[in-house]
Design a protein around this ligand. Structure first.
Ligand code: OGA
Ligand code: MN
Length: 285
């Protein structure tokens, strides 16, 4: 039997799509799964509304995209399902039970600070505040394709330094000694070739990129500022206003994201899986 094509509604000019009428269940059939995977590669960010699913569904669906990472911030993992990282401002006994609290979170790629960063993340909303806390995505494939010549000439063939320490200082909390050992500053290409689609995308973000290698400090700073202003242009952005039971699957090789702050009087709870690439293409190139 040939599967009926899924209904898709584009979310923004260059990327992003809502996939209508599917449930991300652990036993989704292979035809539907393959179509979703192809849509994810094509659209980079996929939205699924009204997902009445369980933790096991999030985990098993994600595992079909790629092996799962147990996030190194073990203090923020779900207690019964460590494949899920909690993103929340909810505290227990005065302690955070998840990452990122209620503040603004600047543009970043998940795990750009690791030697083998995640290829995808799946974020699921359990509890949403009445206002704020929107998540913005930027299409770095389009941002690269439309990059002005003078910037293309600088970024092509170069590398940059990515820093989790810098991100935590601005938007999160410090890591412990063991976590710090796993996350020294690291070098990745400034333009990344997608390991599956082969498309090229800018791999640079205000939240974690601190220096372009091979340029004097002041020149590196001014090129980074130009790149950050360019990639934050409206034409490359999709902003998502969350409803409870939304799930968003995004591509961490070619999109970055940021989050608006919200009133800490309200609780927000999201669960995230972190999905790794095939081992032989895991180091950004
Ligand atoms: C993440 C993240 C943004 C949000 O889960 O990786 O950056 O909207 N979250 O909570
Ligand atoms: Mn993130």
């Amino acid at each position: 039997m040939v599967a009926k094509s899924l209904e898709v509604r584009p979310l923004a000019e260059t990327f992003g799509a809502e996939v209508v009428g599917v449930t991300l269940s652990r036993d989704m059939d292979a035809d539907v799964f393959n179509e979703i995977k192809a849509l994810w590669l094509r659209y980079e960010v996929l939205l699924f509304r009204d997902q009445q699913i369980e933790k096991e569904d999030l985990i098993e669906f994600s595992r079909r995209i790629g092996p799962l990472e147990i996030h190194l911030r073990e203090e923020w993992l779900n207690k019964t399902h460590p494949e899920l990282l909690q993103i929340t401002n909810i505290r227990e006994n005065g302690k955070p039970t998840g990452a990122l609290a209620d503040g603004e979170v600047g543009w970043h790629f998940d795990q750009i600070y690791l030697p083998k960063p995640a290829i995808a993340s799946l974020l699921y909303s359990v509890k949403i505040p009445p206002a704020g806390g929107g998540t913005h995505f930027a299409d770095m494939t389009a941002a690269y394709a439309r990059l002005p010549r003078h910037l293309k000439d600088v970024v092509d063939g170069r590398t940059a330094i990515q820093s989790y320490v810098a991100f935590n200082r601005m938007y999160s909390t410090d890591t412990n000694a063991k976590q710090k050992n796993l996350t020294p500053d690291i070098v990745h290409p400034l333009v990344r070739t997608h390991p599956y689609s082969g498309r090229r995308a800018l791999y640079v973000c205000p939240g974690m990129t601190i220096k372009i290698n091979g340029l004097p400090e002041d020149e590196s700073r001014s090129v980074l500022d130009e790149l950050f202003a360019w990639t934050a242009r409206e034409e490359f952005i999709y902003r998502h206003d969350w409803r409870v039971s939304d799930a968003i699957l995004w591509d961490n090789a070619c999109t970055m994201h940021r989050r608006d702050d919200f009133d800490g009087e309200h609780e927000r709870l999201m669960l995230r899986t972190t999905i790794l690439p095939q081992p032989d293409r895991a180091i950004p190139f």
